[in-house]
Design a protein around this ligand. Structure first.
Ligand code: NAG
Ligand code: NAG
Ligand code: NAG
Ligand code: NAG
Ligand code: MN
Length: 384
């Protein structure tokens, strides 16, 4: 993971960056252009297009609520649909219903159809089969799938101008797309083909990204308009989300994708002080950019928590808020973890090679050489 990050960070100048990509990938750095409407696709009414997301359990449901609310706050004109797994609690579903137009419960185990049969063959791919279910939303002509760990920073309805299967390059392997955000056309036929493909061939990475990249295997070469451009708002997020120190790139950033194991909802929040607290005992804490993490929690506190409180009533639930008395303890832990050894002396100048090694070891100098301001300068020079 950190190795992948390093793969991108030092190459944020044009020539080096392009070397990373296959030749076909090069045009993707061009600014997005609006494709001409085809004669056979009259401008559709907005109600037959939807943003679709997936909550497999109550923790991911929190992410989905924040995502849905962020889409609402930026005035999307499309429908909002969430697929929920059978384990999502009823009060959570209620809270989801107040944000989403449709809450579809997907229980692949109970379905008794092709999906169930596929799942019997590949029990390891359970969540993937649930995600693939989005292709059955045939009441919509086109959809944009977004992971529960994404957050929208501005209106992204223009994504509906793209065709299936459009997605941003994965920063770790630019000939693969990242399946956190993609444009697709619901179709029972495609769904069945995907299920058959998945149960026969499995997934090279154990998840949906592997399956989708194998199935839509011409993405890297066939049609450049299906590449959400590398430096386009969306995929710039892909860069930043691999960059622990990432921060909003000017006004261009549109979607934050909190990649990695530690998700925003794994942290906790001190509402009094407006501070995000560590939760995980691992140093993964540093993987999410503090500004966006704070933004996530602010949105959660303002718009999602009240819905949860209403839905749960007197039943206790995990809000993620820090109790006042836990406070000092958490703070102490953090201090011990985040300030190893002689952190007080000003850091000496280090060589680029040494910096690279530190980066790979997860020691990122957020305030110094690896600060966002420095990275932004590199991006700026790249964009000129
Ligand atoms: C919730 O679902 C996600 C994604 O499917 C999974 O990775 C995670 O382990 C689950 N969490 C719990 C607490 O079950
Ligand atoms: C797709 O399958 C679902 C469930 O089997 C069905 O309700 C729906 O009408 C089908 N859609 C189309 C366009 O055939
Ligand atoms: C499995 O993968 C191979 C090679 O990509 C492909 O030709 C075949 O159609 C796939 N199987 C199914 C059932 O789709
Ligand atoms: C590179 C690129 O496509 N940037 C776009 C990001 O979003 C802003 C706001 O919608 C556009 O004005 C930019 O053109
Ligand atoms: Mn994700």
């Amino acid at each position: 993971m950190t190795r992948k990050m390093w793969g991108l960070i030092p190459v944020l100048n044009c020539s080096q960056l392009l070397k990373l990509c296959a030749p076909q990938c090069k045009p993707s750095v061009c600014p997005i252009t609006t494709p001409a409407l085809r004669a056979d696709s009259p401008l559709r009414t907005m109600s037959d297009q939807a943003f679709v997301t997936l909550a497999t359990n109550d923790s991911y449901a929190k992410g989905v609520m924040v995502l849905g609310q962020s889409l609402r706050n930026h005035h999307t004109t499309r429908k909002l649909v969430v697929l929920v797994g059978p384990h999502v609690a009823e009060p959570c579903r209620d809270a989801l219903r107040s944000i989403f137009d449709e809450v579809c419960v997907v229980d692949v185990m109970d379905s008794g159809d092709a999906a169930h049969l596929s799942m019997m063959k590949r029990p390891d791919l359970g969540v993937t089969f649930t995600k693939l279910h989005c292709w059955t939303l045939t009441q919509y002509s086109k959809c944009v799938f977004m992971d529960a760990d994404t957050l929208v920073l501005s209106n992204i309805d223009e994504l509906f101008e793209r065709e299936e299967l459009s997605a941003a390059p994965d920063p770790g392997w630019p000939d693969c797309f990242n399946s956190g955000v993609f444009v697709f056309r619901p179709s029972n036929e495609t769904h069945e083909k995907l299920l058959a493909f998945c149960s026969e061939n499995g997934s090279f990475d154990g998840g949906d990204q592997g399956v989708l990249n194998s199935f839509f295997n011409t993405w890297a070469t066939a049609d450049i308009s299906k590449h959400l451009p590398f430096i386009y708002n969306l995929s710039s997020i892909a860069i930043y989300s691999y960059l622990p120190a990432f921060k909003q790139y000017g006004h261009d950033a549109k979607v934050v994708h909190f990649l990695g194991k530690v998700k925003p909802w794994h942290h906790s929040y001190d509402a009094q002080r407006g501070e995000v607290k560590g939760h995980s005992p691992s140093p993964d804490l540093c993987q999410l950019h503090p500004d966006y993490l704070l933004m996530w929690w602010q949105l959660y506190a303002k718009s999602v928590l009240p819905l949860m409180q209403q839905a749960y009533g007197d039943t206790p639930f995990s809000s993620g808020f820090v109790e006042a008395n836990e406070d000092e303890e958490v703070k102490l832990h953090e201090d011990a973890r985040e300030q190893p050894a002689p952190a007080s002396a000003p850091p000496p100048q280090i060589s680029s090679e040494e910096r690279k090694q530190r980066w790979e070891a997860g020691q990122i100098d957020y305030m110094g050489a690896d600060s966002f301001a420095n990275i932004e300068r590199k991006l700026d020079s790249f964009l000129k």
